[in-house]
Design a protein around this ligand. Structure first.
Ligand SMILES: *[C@@H]1O[C@H](CO)[C@@H](O)[C@H](O)[C@H]1NC(C)=O
Ligand SMILES: *[C@@H]1O[C@H](CO)[C@@H](O)[C@H](O)[C@H]1NC(C)=O
Ligand SMILES: *[C@@H]1O[C@H](CO)[C@@H](O)[C@H](O)[C@H]1NC(C)=O
Ligand SMILES: *[C@@H]1O[C@H](CO)[C@@H](O)[C@H](O)[C@H]1NC(C)=O
Length: 495
C-alpha cells in the first residue's frame, strides 16, 4: 500500500515539498514564482467558491422546502425584533368543529377583539349558522382525510401547519386553543413577551388532575388550556410535521402529537401556570380564588363546570369576569392577604372575583392553598392534583365568609380601581361560628382600592402584593375597606 503511514515516514520520503525549495538557479526561481502565482489564484477562487456556497446560498440551488422556510422567516422578521410583543404579534389557531361551534362561539365572543386579535377557528365544514362577532373561520384542508388513523386528531394537529402556511406577516407566536378556550389576550402577550420568539419555544402547562398527566404525559402542554409555539419553532416544526404525524398515529389527542413532534426537535415544555386546562369537575372556585402568582392567560372547560359566579349562567358569569379583566388585565385574580389583628380575622382577596373573610387567623401558606371545591376529571375523586388542596371546614370557624364581585370602576383618572364584593347569601360558612365573640357577620360588603398593575410588574421576579385594612377596621354601613399596595422591602405577611 503506497499511502501507508509507514511508507510516508521512511527516511528518503522526508523532504520538503518541491514548492518550497528555493534553488539558486535563475530558471528554478522563475518556475517557482509561476507556480506560486497559480497556487495563490487557485486558493482565492476556492475560497470564493466555498464562501458563496456556504454563506450566501443562491436560491437557484436550494431545495423547495428550504426556500419556503426562507419565505416564512422573512414574514416573521419584518417587524422590529427589539419591539415589545403585543397582541398584534399573536396568531390564534383555534380547533373547532361545525357541530359544536355555534354553542361554543358564545365563549369566544367574550374574549375575541375583532380589530385587534388575529387568527381563525378551523372547522371541518362550512357552518350553517351566523357567527359574526366571533373569530373568523376557515375550513381545514382535505389532506387530513388521507390519514388512516385518528382523522379528527390529525385535522386538529394540522391546524398549526395550515395557520403557518398562511404566511401572515409579523407573527411571533402561534397560539393553539380549543373552541371552548377563553383566552385573556393582553395577559397572553405579557407572558409571551418574557421570551424571545426567535428562539424555539413551546409553552403551556399540563393538566390539573394527576391521573390525566399519568395517562397522557406530564411534560406536555394540554391543548384546551392552549399552548404557544414561537415563530422560530414553527419554521422547523412545519418542515417535519406531516411525516411526524404519521409516526405518532396511535396517540390519543392532537396536543399529544404536536408535543411528540416538538420533542423530535429537542425542544421541551416551558411551563407557564397561567394557562388553565381545567381538567376538573364541579366548581372551579378553589382554583380561581387562589391563583398562582402569574397573569391569568386562559380558562377551559367552562361549559362543563359550575358557573364562576353563583346564580348566573356560565356565559354571563364569564362576561362579568371579563368586565373586571378589561379594567385591570394584569391584576385579574391576583391574590393578596391581610389581617385584622384586633379582631383576629384573616382576609384573602382574589382581585376582580372574590374576597374571603375568615373569623380566625390563617397563615399565608394556608390562604394560598386552594379550596377543594372540585374533583378530578376522569374518576371524580378528591385528588391527587398537581397542587396542594385543602378541604373547607368542617368546623364553621375554619370557614370563610365568601364575597363575590359586585362591580369594578375606574377612579383617579383611570390610574386606580375601586372594586366591591358582596356577601354570598347561600350555604353554611363562618357566620355559623358561634364560639367566637366577633365574627365577620356584620360585614355585608368589602370595598377594595388598588393602583392598576403595570404589565411590566410581570417582568420582575414575582412578589405578592400586600393589602391593608383601612380606617383601623371600621365597618361603616356594613362595608369593610381595604387597600392593595406594594409590600415594603422588609414587610412580611405575618399572622
Ligand atoms: C405592536 O407592536 C408593533 C411593533 O412591533 C407596533 O407597530 C404596534 O403599533 C403595536 N401595537 C399595539 C396595539 O401596541
Ligand atoms: C373594526 O374596523 C372596522 C373598519 O376598520 C370598523 O368599521 C369596525 O367598526 C371596527 N370594529 C370594532 C369592533 O372596533
Ligand atoms: C338569583 O337571581 C335571581 C334573578 O336574577 C334573583 O331573583 C335571586 O334572588 C337570586 N338568588 C340569589 C340566592 O342570589
Ligand atoms: C349603605 O349601604 C346601602 C347599600 O347596602 C346603600 O344603599 C346606602 O346608600 C349606604 N349608606 C351610606 C350612608 O353610605
Amino acid at each position: 500500500m503506497s499511502h501507508s503511514r509507514l511508507e510516508q515516514s521512511s527516511p528518503d520520503q522526508v523532504k520538503p515539498p518541491r514548492f518550497f525549495v528555493i534553488s539558486d538557479k535563475p530558471h528554478d526561481i522563475f518556475v517557482f514564482f509561476i507556480r506560486l502565482g497559480v497556487l495563490v489564484c487557485l486558493l482565492i477562487s476556492i475560497t470564493l467558491a466555498l464562501y458563496s456556497a456556504f454563506f450566501k446560498p443562491s436560491r437557484l440551488f436550494l431545495p423547495d422546502r428550504l426556500q419556503a422556510t426562507d419565505r416564512a422567516r422573512s414574514t416573521t422578521t419584518s417587524d422590529r425584533p427589539g419591539a415589545a410583543t403585543n397582541i398584534s404579534h399573536i396568531l390564534f389557531c383555534i380547533a373547532g368543529s361545525e357541530n359544536t361551534w355555534q354553542d361554543r362561539s358564545r365563549f369566544n365572543k367574550l374574549w375575541w377583539l375583532p380589530n385587534e386579535t388575529r387568527g381563525f377557528v378551523w372547522l371541518d365544514k362550512e357552518p350553517r349558522y351566523d357567527v359574526s362577532g366571533a373569530i373568523p373561520f376557515k375550513i381545514s384542508n382535505y389532506r387530513w382525510k388521507s390519514f388512516v388513523h385518528g382523522q379528527a386528531a390529525v385535522r386538529i394537529s394540522r391546524i398549526f401547519k395550515e395557520s403557518f402556511k398562511l404566511g401572515l406577516p409579523k407573527v411571533r407566536w402561534f397560539v393553539m386553543g380549543d373552541d371552548d378556550t377563553v383566552f385573556f389576550p393582553e395577559n397572553l402577550a405579557t407572558v409571551l413577551g418574557k421570551y424571545d420568539h426567535s428562539e424555539m419555544v413551546y409553552m403551556g402547562d399540563n393538566s390539573e388532575s394527576v391521573e390525566q398527566n399519568l395517562y397522557h404525559g406530564f411534560a406536555m402542554a394540554y391543548g384546551g388550556g392552549g399552548f404557544a409555539i414561537s415563530s422560530a419553532l414553527a419554521i422547523q416544526l412545519s418542515r417535519i410535521f406531516d411525516g411526524c404525524l404519521r409516526r405518532y398515529y396511535y396517540f390519543y389527542g392532537s396536543d399529544q402529537r404536536v408535543w411528540a413532534c416538538v420533542n423530535e426537535l429537542g425542544v421541551t415544555l416551558t411551563r407557564e401556570p397561567g394557562f388553565h386546562q381545567l381538567d376538573i369537575r364541579g366548581d372551579p372556585y378553589g382554583i380561581l380564588a387562589a391563583h398562582p402568582l402569574v397573569p391569568l392567560v386562559s380558562l377551559h372547560h367552562l361549559d362543563m363546570l359550575e358557573p364562576v359566579f353563583p346564580n348566573m349562567t356560565r356565559v354571563d358569569a364569564i362576561h362579568k369576569l371579563m368586565g373586571a379583566y378589561h379594567i385591570d388585565p394584569s391584576r385579574i385574580l391576583q391574590q393578596c392577604f391581610c389581617y385584622d389583628h384586633k379582631r383576629h380575622w384573616s382576609v384573602s382577596i382574589s382581585w376582580g372575583y372574590t374576597v374571603q373573610v375568615y373569623p380566625t387567623l390563617w397563615t399565608a401558606k394556608d390562604l394560598q392553598t386552594r379550596f377543594r371545591t372540585f374533583q378530578t376529571w376522569g374518576t371524580l375523586s378528591d385528588g391527587p392534583f398537581m397542587f396542594s388542596t385543602r378541604a373547607m371546614g368542617p368546623d364553621p370557624c375554619d370557614k370563610p365568609i365568601i364575597y363575590f364581585l359586585e362591580k369594578v370602576k375606574n377612579v383617579g383618572n383611570g390610574a386606580w380601581t375601586l372594586s366591591s364584593y358582596k356577601r354570598h347569601k347561600e350555604g353554611e360558612d363562618g357566620r355559623s361560628c358561634t364560639r367566637l365573640n366577633i365574627t365577620p357577620v356584620v360585614v355585608e360588603r368589602v370595598r377594595v382600592a388598588a393602583l392598576k398593575l403595570d404589565p411590566k410588574y410581570w417582568k420582575k421576579a414575582p412578589r405578592r402584593q400586600c393589602c391593608q385594612i383601612m380606617n383601623g377596621g371600621l365597618i361603616k354601613n356594613g362595608t369593610l375597606r381595604i387597600r392593595i399596595r406594594h409590600c415594603g422591602p422588609r414587610e412580611s405577611i405575618t399572622v
